[in-house]
Design a protein around this ligand. Structure first.
Ligand code: SF4
Ligand code: SF4
Length: 282
C-alpha cells in the first residue's frame, strides 16, 4: 500500500473510498477557491514548469533540501496516481455522476481543447458542486462559445471512452484538489501532459505509481514489441537472445497500457507489494 492509502484510505486503496469524493469535502470554501483558480489560468502550468527548470539549475545540495519540501506540499494540495482500467471500473461502481471536460494541461501545452478529463462525483441527482464551480469560472476554454463545456456522460459511455483512450496509449490517473478530495480522472501522455512531463522528465513527482507492476509471461510473448511502442515510462526492454520483451519493475508505473496493446494476453498486472524490487517505489 502506498502512503496515500495509509493516510487517506485507512490502509485500503484510498481512491476506492467514497468519502474522498464527497460533496461535503467540496463545501470547503478554500477547496472551492483552489479549484476555481486551478482551472482559471492554464498558462500558470507553463509558468510552474519554468520554475522547475530554475530548480534544476540550483546546486545539487540546495535541490536535495528544497525538492522534498515542494513535493510534500504538492501531495497535500494536488497530486495524481496512476490507476489501471479495472480500478477506474471500481470507481465508476460507486460514484454517481461523470462529466467530461477539456484538459487544462493540453490547453497549456497544445493550446486547443482536448477532452481527456473526467470529473467524478457522489451527487445522487442534479449537478455536483464540482460542475457548479467549473461553470461559475469565467474561463473561455471551459465555458466559452467554442467549447463543448461540461458533458454529462453515463458511466458506461465514460468507461468505453477511457478504454478507447487506453488504445491510444493514454495512461489513466486520479487527482486530488486539496487532498484527500478526489475530483477527477485524467488521461496522460508524456508529450502533452504537464504532470507526466514534470514527473518523468524533470524528476519532480506530482503523479505517483499505481499499486501494480506489469509482468510479461515469456511463454505467451511472441516478441512483436508492440507493447514497447506504447509504454510512456521506458520500462520495457527487448531481449535479443530469447526474443521476448521484459519489464523493469523499478521503472514500471503499473498503468496497464502495454497490456491493452498485447494481442497475445502476455502481460499481467501484479500487486506492487508482492514485487520486491518495486514494493517501495512510488
Ligand atoms: S505485445 Fe505482447 S506478444 Fe508482443 S512483445 Fe509485447 S508482450 Fe510480447
Ligand atoms: S511496462 Fe509498466 S509503465 Fe510501461 S506501459 Fe506497461 S504497465 Fe505501464
Amino acid at each position: 500500500m502506498c502512503e496515500f492509502c495509509h493516510k487517506h484510505g485507512e490502509g485500503k486503496k484510498w481512491y476506492l473510498q467514497a468519502q474522498n469524493y464527497s460533496e461535503d469535502l467540496l463545501s470547503d470554501l478554500r477547496r472551492r477557491e483552489f479549484i476555481q483558480n486551478f482551472f482559471l489560468n492554464p498558462e500558470r502550468l507553463n509558468e510552474d514548469v519554468g520554475k522547475l527548470d530554475e530548480l534544476k539549475r540550483l546546486p545539487s545540495f540546495v535541490r536535495a533540501v528544497v525538492t522534498p519540501v515542494l513535493v510534500n506540499r504538492q501531495k497535500r494540495v494536488h497530486f495524481g496516481q496512476v490507476i489501471p482500467i479495472e480500478e477506474v471500473e471500481r470507481i465508476f461502481g460507486f460514484v454517481n455522476s461523470v462529466v467530461r471536460l477539456p484538459c487544462i494541461c493540453r490547453q497549456a501545452t497544445v493550446g486547443t481543447e482536448q477532452r481527456y478529463c473526467y470529473g467524478v462525483s457522489m451527487v445522487p441527482q442534479g449537478e455536483s458542486q464540482f460542475g457548479q464551480i467549473i461553470r461559475s469560472i469565467d474561463a473561455g476554454y471551459l465555458t466559452g462559445p467554442d467549447t463543448s463545456g461540461l458533458e454529462t456522460l453515463s458511466k458506461e459511455e465514460a468507461l468505453s471512452n477511457l478504454r478507447e483512450l487506453e488504445k491510444k496509449s493514454l495512461c489513466h490517473t486520479i487527482w486530488t484538489f486539496i487532498t484527500p478530495f478526489i475530483g477527477g480522472i485524467c488521461n496522460c501522455d508524456r508529450s502533452d501532459c504537464v504532470a507526466m512531463r514534470t514527473t518523468v522528465t524533470m524528476d519532480f513527482p506530482v503523479m505517483f505509481r499505481a499499486e501494480y507492476v506489469a509482468e510479461v509471461n515469456p511463454d505467451l510473448c511472441n516478441g512483436c514489441r508492440q507493447c514497447m511502442r506504447v509504454c510512456q515510462f521506458g520500462a520495457m526492454g527487448y531481449g535479443i537472445a530469447h526474443e521476448k520483451v521484459v519489464i523493469d519493475p523499478r521503472r514500471c508505473y503499473g498503468c496497464g497500457i502495454c497490456r491493452a496493446s498485447c494481442t497475445k494476453n502476455a502481460i499481467a498486472l501484479n500487486d506492487r507489494s508482492k514485487v520486491p524490487l518495486a514494493a517501495n517505489l512510488w
